[in-house]
Design a protein around this ligand. Structure first.
Ligand code: NDP
Length: 241
């Protein structure tokens, strides 16, 4: 039997927060569209009502096609979670231009692509929610994070202004700003010295929050009545400074 709940689309669902969010919403009875580059990890998830698609979020054509395919089965996307992200840390002066551009492309352009894929239809239906994953790094700058800080700060500004412009159409924008979460996010940092310094901080917090803690927050904000828009949620481990 087809689920009665609306379609939830999640980018970066192959790992960490995206994967935990996919599993949580699926357990709640939502059909899910799961997008990432490593599609075999999406296919391996034990979720009945899912559509999986190999999507690089920097490619809007891939994302549009995936959404079209899932909507043909489960109806319009009511929640988009723009979660895909990378964090290659380094000193600004040392970081390669490739890593700098990738940080901006995935973390900003990926979010913009997601919003463009669903927003007009949500406005037309007068219903929808877009959750954008930002970070404490969008609130303040920190060592070795210059591009990541810049990207997440941009996501904050884009999200807030889009919220102001589209709330009239009953579309919500929710910014989730986690602190340290124990995921694979550090895999994109290759500078071992920088990584070592970060791990000292991470180990002090026993890894930080779990991915499912952030998934819980996304579910909570989404399941509130549609007239309630939690604009942003800054969530850290209790011991994180
Ligand atoms: P993970 O590395 O565990 O997951 C990142 C996900 O993003 C993967 O599923 C990966 O899938 C996907 N991804 C990366 N690049 C692309 C791309 N070009 N196209 C499509 N998907 C992509 O990290 P997290 O779960 O921690 O990160 C999720 C979000 O949470 C990010 O936006 C991150 O910035 C944010 N965040 C994380 C924090 C933390 O401490 N972990 C703290 C604050 C915010 P694949 O490689 O298969 O494409």
């Amino acid at each position: 039997m087809k689920p009665t709940k609306p379609l939830v689309a999640i980018t970066g669902a192959s790992s960490g927060i995206g994967k935990a969010t996919a599993e949580l919403f699926a357990a709640q009875g939502y059909p899910v569209l799961l997008m990432a580059r490593r599609v075999h990890l999406l296919d391996a998830l034990d979720i009945e009502h899912k559509v999986t698609a190999q999507v690089d979020v920097t490619d809007i054509v891939q994302m549009r096609d995936a959404i079209k395919k899932a909507e043909a089965i489960y109806g319009p996307v009511d929640l988009l979670v723009n979660n895909a992200g990378i964090m290659p840390m380094d000193k600004y002066v040392d970081q390669s231009l490739d890593d700098k551009y990738a940080t901006l492309d995935v973390n900003i352009k990926g979010v913009v692509n997601g919003m463009d894929c669903v927003l007009k239809a949500m406005n037309a239906r007068q219903h929808g929610t877009i959750v954008n994953l930002s970070s404490v790094a969008g609130r303040w700058t920190s060592i070795d994070h210059a591009l990541y800080n810049g990207a997440k700060t941009a996501v904050n500004a884009i999200t807030e202004q889009a919220r102001r412009e589209n709330g009239e159409n009953n579309v919500r924008f929710i910014l989730i700003e986690p602190g340290m979460v124990d995921t694979n996010l550090l895999d994109t940092t290759t500078n071992q010295e920088v990584l070592g310094a970060y791990l000292v901080h991470k180990n002090r917090l026993q890894g930080g929050l779990a991915a499912c803690d952030i998934a819980d927050a996304i579910l909570y904000t989404y399941q509130l009545p549609q007239h309630i828009n939690i604009k942003e949620l800054l969530i850290t481990h209790t011991k994180q400074k």
